[in-house]
Design a binder for this molecule. Sequence first.
Ligand code: NCD
Ligand code: ZN
Length: 384
Amino acid sequence: MATVRLPGLIDAHVHLREPGYTHKEDFYTGTAAALAGGVTAVLDMPNTAPPTDTPERFAAKAALAAAKAVCDVGLFVGATTSELDAYLPIAHRACGLKIYVSETFGSLRIEDLGLLHRFFRTWAASGKWQAASGKWQVAGSESTLADPQSPVPDRRSPVAVHAEELMLPVCLNLSHLYGVHLHVVHVTRRSEIELIRRAKERGYPVTCEVTPHHLFLSSDDLSRLGTRGDMRPRLASPDDVTALWENLALVDIFATDHAPHTLAEKAQATPPPGVPGVETLLPLLLTAVHAGRLSLDDILLRCVENPMRIYGLPTQPDTFVDVDVDARYELSDARMRTKSGWTPFAGTPVFGRVEQVILRGRQVYDGERVLAEPGSGAVLFQSA
Ligand code: NCD
Ligand code: ZN
């Protein structure tokens, strides 16, 4: 048995479903599952019901998270066709702006080039909007500008896009044109990672993330998994998976896109796309370390350092995760803490059992039980 002490992991892409879909997950169950997986901070997506697209809805969601979360939570605002610029007054409280450009679950989708263009332009200018109010927030620390008219630093938080195929070059070019940091979530295809390579080589302000399911599963697994293997982007071909591994140096973040739906919903004629993942991130990646496909540093770079840098997250003092990296077991639905109660990796043998999690000096998970009180997790960026 070899216990290794790691920093708390960050899952920069989760759907905790609150408000609106609490039969799938809520802020308590989703963050408790995170802790059991060695994750001490998550960034929550805006495709709830209602979506997180106005100051009122953002505040309501932040209050729910503050009351229930057991790990730290950052919240995205979402681009919607109905509310347009309504989110601007709270842009600085969000970890980023999420734009769904490709097919997804929920009501958020921007398909119109004019609108897409508008969101990039407005996000680029949102720093100036904050300057006009005399406040500027970078990397979690607020500073008051002596002269609200003085130049402001570029916004740190990115526009995160779900942009597949032809929509990817559109978004890459908009980010270049407006000087907006673009973070491309769940990259899956060879053509997409190669475009990102080209954009990075040309100095475009772009970063990207890949999910464990797109690294460890492919379209070859679909017949075995059935609708449990249905998510957006869809599982790609083995050649696409090979391309992701070949281009790992370009992948800034591993994030799960934890997108829980119940098994009853997955059994419907038209099942919603998405798979849970927040608690299987670490064992899957540690298993790749055992197989010699990744190093521990590869994990820490993409699950701690880069998410902190890209989203300007505050450090969590006295926070660590003890994991027995040699413990071997099988992932199973029964062991999952997500309210959805299943994993697409059921039956997969893995290495790496989380023995305890300490968050800000307190033991919040002891290897069996989540000990943290609901509301002990912090909602990030709310002080401004
Ligand atoms: C996500 C969900 O269920 O919210 N589903 C998915 O298949 N990834 C939506 C999304 O991230 O696009
Ligand atoms: Zn997602």
